[in-house]
Design a protein around this ligand. Sequence first.
Ligand code: IMP
Length: 172
Amino acid sequence: MDILIDQDTLATRITSLGREIREAHGEDASIVAICVLKGSVLFFADLVRAIGGDVRLEFLGVSSYEGTSSTGEVRITHDLRTEIRGRHVVVVEDIVDTGLTLSFLLKALRVRDPASLTVAALLDKPSKRTVDVHADHVGFSIDDHFVIGYGLDLDEKYRNLPFVAIYRPGVG
Ligand code: IMP
């Protein structure tokens, strides 16, 4: 595998993303950060520390319906444990590819009436987008590669790599 984003580069960028998110909300704002399982777990853990201040952690499990991922039908497998009405919510995603998952999530969360709803994504693959959706805070915009590591998997493998790498079939 080829390392695309190494540990130091991840750490530096996430520190500034955290500052950016804190500044956008104000020093005293209470933020509900939503970790979209499982891909954003590692990014989430680093990002919430970089945001600092009052940040509440919530987890949302989603999975694509079998065989219909291209239609963007997504199912919530683990729901939030708290109400987000009137709260400042930041959805933390690993990667925005076609945008179908994010589009579904935003619709599902918007109806719960948060005070604000923004998105932080570690990676963005703009060339793959099929729906008009974007993250407000993006770590890195990347070309159309299948990437693994730092939470991202291939059949549940490689999530624990501390860097982001380009997956090369038949290697590693
Ligand atoms: P979307 O609905 O097409 O935007 O896809 C979003 C989800 O697909 C992400 O949250 C990832 O879990 C997965 N995904 C998309 N691209 C990659 C990749 O390059 N590596 C690993 N997972 C990916």
